[in-house]
Design a protein. Structure first.
Length: 160
């Protein structure tokens, strides 16, 4: 037996997650945040979800829109993940900070150029689960970016 017992609060960091930017638009304001808790929940129709803390500005903006973007980051896009995952749209325009001119998907949802793939989702259900909200969205538009390996988040760090 080669296990050692884990602190349960840290146990789930052993799931390997994708790293995505969840993006939203409210009128002229665009914002996005890094999210690792993102997954598919249905094939037909194609539905995914993202888990968002109510402390995030993205969460506030999500209340005022019917659509959101999911851009799956690739290896080499760590800085994008870092800035979108540490700064808040409350006081920083992260797209400007990084010099990113967003690609506009349906409904003018801002997407991250050169990501492995990017989707526009129509918000469906929201459920309060513990200290986060799971936001479910139907994928209504999808783009494939350059061939690149996806960036992964494992044991609280990038796994490359
Ligand atoms: C690798 C990484 C993964 C993250 N995953 C999530 C997540 O799944 N859900 C979440 O609410 N916050 C997550 N965060 C934290 C948010 O991205 C961070 O708090 C961000 O600054 C929020 O920005 P906002 O205030 O503009 O919405 C993650 C951060 C990093 C660096």
């Amino acid at each position: 037996m080669s296990y050692e017992q884990l602190d349960v609060s840290k146990a789930l960091s052993h799931f390997s997650h994708p790293v995505a930017i969840i993006s939203v638009r409210n009128g002229d304001e665009v914002n996005g945040m890094t999210a690792a808790w993102v997954a598919q929940t249905s094939i037909d129709p194609p539905i995914g979800y993202v888990s968002i803390s109510p402390l995030r500005h993205t969460w506030d903006m999500m209340q005022k829109t019917e659509h959101f973007g999911v851009s799956v980051l690739g290896e080499g896009q760590e800085r994008i993940a870092e800035i979108f995952g540490t700064k808040s749209g409350r006081d920083t325009n992260k797209f400007n900070t990084l010099g990113i001119d967003p690609y506009l998907g349906q409904e003018d949802v801002p997407l991250i150029p050169e990501s492995v793939a990017a989707f526009v989702c129509r918000k469906m259900h929201t459920a309060e689960i513990g200290d986060h909200f799971a936001v479910f969205g139907e994928v209504i538009e999808a783009w494939k970016g350059p061939e690149n390996k996806p960036l992964k988040w494992f044991r609280s760090k990038f796994d490359i």
